[in-house]
Ligand binder design. Structure first.
Ligand SMILES: [Zn+2]
Length: 383
């Protein structure tokens, strides 16, 4: 299935392997950057090293056989996708023993990896998802309007409007009363057209709420159009585009995706600035993996801020869900913490399962100096 919204990742974050271990598989099949043969070689290599890793794991024969079967099925699926897929990445979460199989088409290429653990490795999936916003693009001139939606790196035309606006009179120097009246009449029509366009935009929003709105129209219309937008739309208006109703669909989508990246980057910077400000005044925030995990364990986290690709090994208590860097047992649980390859992923899963937002920032950023991870807290941290 196509990766498209948070509920898919949240559902995955709640899955725990009942009997078997879960295989999490991420694979880059970006045909724009590599030829099919190279992708095939990468796949073979990934499967071979995973099989070796599995053979070396201290598991009983049945478990191992079941995982090897999952891996084989994933291999078959990935081989098909190298030819069939239109997307640059795929992910599979499988546990034959538990009847689990979920595959995803990804809008961005992931790092190749295979992980065998009790829970699905969801961090890369959630990072890709957070990279993309659902965007509505409105293009309008004095007479025509078009709407596009941009989702997960793809765009399509949603709707069009052609209003009946008479052409503007060209005043030859002095404007007579008649021409002034015609001009006023034309302007009223243009205003009507913009009002209709704003209403259709709001109707689209009600049907499927978008995160951001981009508008392409002449600069002379910016203020007037912004004025008549519903407040919900005005707060989502993030950029003015160069595209116009006369632009080709390819042009529009390409510009919107580029602009999305720069808006996203600015948003990340603002987020890190807010976090650092909170940290520096000892406010409602923590940073560093140890403090962040401690806050998450004690239900104090309001939102998690993670540097992409940051990972650290550690331990998890499968009884109470405590995540830790050390293997010291929980006071109230059976004394067994299990090692995990990445506590950052565990933290992301815990947050998503509880509906706590996870935000990602790209390195380098100011967060690097604060241990690459942090969190906004529901109340002030008292160490
Ligand atoms: Zn515990």
């Amino acid at each position: 299935m196509k990766l498209q919204d948070r509920s898919q990742v949240e559902a995955l974050a709640k899955i725990k392997g009942r009997n078997a271990l879960i295989t999490s598989f991420y694979f880059n099949i970006d045909k724009a950057r590599q030829i099919k043969k190279e992708i095939g070689v990468s796949l073979k290599h990934l499967l071979t090293t995973s099989r070796e890793k599995l053979e070396a794991m201290p598991l009983d024969k049945d478990t191992k056989d079941s995982l090897l079967k999952d891996l084989e099925r994933i291999g078959t699926y990935a081989t098909e996708q190298i030819t069939a897929a239109r997307y640059p990445g795929i992910a599979v979460f499988a546990a034959g023993g538990d009847g689990l199989w979920q595959d995803f088409s990804l809008p961005d290429p992931p790092h190749n990896r295979v992980i065998f653990e009790k829970t699905p490795y969801v961090k890369p999936l959630s990072a890709i998802l957070e990279e993309h916003r659902y965007i509505c693009v409105l293009l309008t001139d004095r007479r025509e309007a078009q709407w596009y939606e941009i989702a997960m790196g793809e765009g399509r035309l949603l709707d069009t409007l052609k209003s009946d606006v008479p052409p503007r009179v060209k005043p030859a120097g002095f404007l007579g009363t008649l021409e002034k009246n015609i001009d006023r009449h034309v302007n009223a029509h243009v205003h009507e057209h913009f009002k209709k366009a704003a209403q259709i935009t709001f109707d689209l929003f009600k049907k499927r709420p978008f995160d951001w709105l981009f508008i392409g129209t002449g600069e002379e219309h910016h203020a007037g159009l912004e004025d008549i937008l519903h407040p919900y739309l005005r707060e989502r208006l993030k950029a003015w585009l160069k595209a116009r109703p006369s632009s080709s669909a390819d042009q529009v989508i390409k510009e919107a995706i580029e602009v999305q990246k720069s808006v996203k980057k600015k948003e990340e910077e603002a987020l890190v600035d807010r976090l650092v400000t909170e940290l520096e005044k000892n406010g409602r925030a923590v940073s560093g993996i140890k403090e962040t995990l401690a806050s998450l364990n004690s239900y104090k986290v309001m939102s998690l801020v993670v540097t992409r690709d940051y990972a650290a090994p550690g331990y998890v208590c499968h009884a109470c869900g405590r995540i830790s860097l050390e293997s010291a047992p929980c006071p109230s649980c059976p004394p067994k913490l299990e090692p995990v390859s990445d506590v950052v992923d565990e933290a992301v899963e815990a947050a998503l399962a509880k509906g706590i937002p996870v935000r990602y920032v790209s390195s380098p950023s100011r967060l690097d100096r604060f241990g690459k991870i942090g969190a906004f807290l529901t109340y002030k941290n008292v160490p």
